[in-house]
Design a protein around this ligand. Structure first.
Ligand code: PMP
Length: 437
């Protein structure tokens, strides 16, 4: 019995399913999850002392690589001064300023004020409450297969037909709460038009991922988010752009920055951030124009609070990470993504495995389908059974992939030639395993 097996047995006795977040349990790939004991640069080490090239990056935060000395030093220095004050600090002011400064492109500055929270779930939950408070309306439009954290109204599943109110997507969500959400297929502007026609004056906001990365990666149709902004505004509703995953990862100004530099300009009303912005510590944020953000308490009537909000250690990690996230870092990660995606497609093609590698900036995923899935319905049609053997062959070869075919692969600034070489070397065996599944 390995130490991972031993720990998983113990864990299942004291933690539901042995994990503190479901996807960690290897449910869709089978086997024992790796219990990690340390991470450095592009590598993670499990409880058995085995080292892997990591393509999970803590599900996104580790943009500049794990445990970067400058980030660790910043956190240590902050810890020496106090773990939590429950009072405002200078660091929070700096971080809010850095976020606002970075999220600028094409002459637009959609973020004037920022509220710091602790998780992406809190950021989107607050964004929705804010949108409701600003508009005085209740309904929310979201896209099937887009994930925005686990608050009740965002765990709604599509009902039957397009313009119908949603059903609970999980046990424990009241039907009445789910019914405040309208779920439409991703990329389908006609469906959005229909819900607006049916419910327009009741819709507070449309929420969408900057670029979807929780149903596999999906490249938004050209100008899609700009069209959504226009449709939302035409209906008197807000556009909430969820950049918890894409923010400061796919571009220095997030998916929004990437999109307005390469397509029509648009301004979301609220943008949510997480993952990279906290550099691996619990921190997330929402930002927008002053006129909207000041509806939050204490300036406005929309209540929101947090004992650990703007925690000084998290703020220190976020500041150090964003300082290190230079244009060179994005160029490096993009080039690393070129290397991995071309080796991946060669290996799978050599084995005759039908596949697509959808990509947005340096963010990419793998789909066992003959084209990049455009929405969740299509993503679910792929030959997903090929992923578990592929995943386990990579793991056996020392590469840690996300344990689900519907997750993105995350590269970091620390993925150098050696780390990339290790990935490239293992791909042919994994492609063979996928082919024989
Ligand atoms: N929004 C998006 C787009 C996400 O990818 C996630 C998490 N993967 C969240 C929100 C929720 O963030 P958290 O897990 O920090 O609550």
């Amino acid at each position: 019995m390995t130490r991972n097996d031993e720990l998983f047995d113990r864990a299942r006795n004291v933690i539901p399913g042995g994990v503190n977040s479901p996807v960690r349990a290897f449910g869709s790939v089978g086997g024992t999850p790796l219990f990690l004991q340390s991470a450095r640069g592009a590598y993670v080490t499990d409880a058995d002392g085995r080292e892997y090239v990591d393509l999970v990056a803590s599900w996104g935060p580790a943009l500049i690589g794990h445990t970067h000395p400058q980030v660790v030093d910043a956190v240590k220095a902050a810890a020496e001064k106090g773990l939590s004050f429950g009072a405002p600090t200078e660091g929070e002011v700096q971080l809010a300023g850095v976020i606002a400064d970075r999220v600028q492109a094409a002459g637009l500055s959609p973020v004037e004020e920022v509220r710091l929270v602790s998780t992406g779930t809190e950021a989107t939950m607050t964004a929705i409450r804010l949108a409701r408070g600003v508009t005085g309306r209740d309904l929310l439009v979201k896209f099937d297969g887009n994930y925005h954290g686990h608050s009740d109204g965002l765990l709604a599943a599509a009902g039957s037909g397009v313009a119908t109110l949603a059903l609970p997507g999980t046990a424990g969500v009241p039907a009445g709460v789910a019914a405040e959400t309208l779920v439409v297929p991703y990329g389908d502007l006609e469906a959005v038009r229909e819900v607006i026609a049916a419910y327009g004056d009741r819709i507070a906001a449309i929420i969408v991922e900057g670029a979807p990365a929780n149903m596999g990666v999906v490249e938004p149709p050209y100008g899609f988010n700009a069209d959504l902004a226009e449709m939302a505004h035409g209906a008197g509703a807000l556009l909430i752009l969820d950049e918890v995953l894409t923010g400061f990862r796919v571009h220095r100004a997030g998916a929004w920055g990437l999109q307005v530099e390469n397509g029509p300009a648009y301004e979301p009303d609220i943008i949510t951030f997480g993952k990279v912005v906290g550099g691996g510590m619990p921190l997330a944020a929402l930002g927008g124009k002053r006129a909207i953000m000041e509806h939050l308490a204490p300036t406005g009537p929309v209540y929101q609070a947090g004992t650990l909000s703007g925690n000084p250690l998290s703020v220190a990690a976020g500041l150090a990470t964003l300082e290190l996230a230079t244009d060179e870092v994005y160029a490096h990660i993009n080039a690393a993504a070129d290397t991995v995606t071309s080796a991946l497609t060669s290996a799978l093609a050599a084995e005759g495995v039908v596949h697509a590698i959808p990509r947005v900036g340096s963010l990419f995923g793998l789909a066992f389908f003959d084209r990049a899935p455009a929405n969740y319905e299509i993503a679910k049609m792929q030959e997903a059974h090929r992923y578990p053997p592929f995943f386990h062959a990579m793991l056996a070869g020392g590469v840690n992939l996300p344990p689900s075919v519907y997750e993105a692969w995350f590269l970091t600034a620390a993925h150098d030639d050696e780390a990339l070489g290790r990935i490239v070397d293992v791909l042919p065996a994994a492609a063979k395993a996928a082919a024989s599944a």
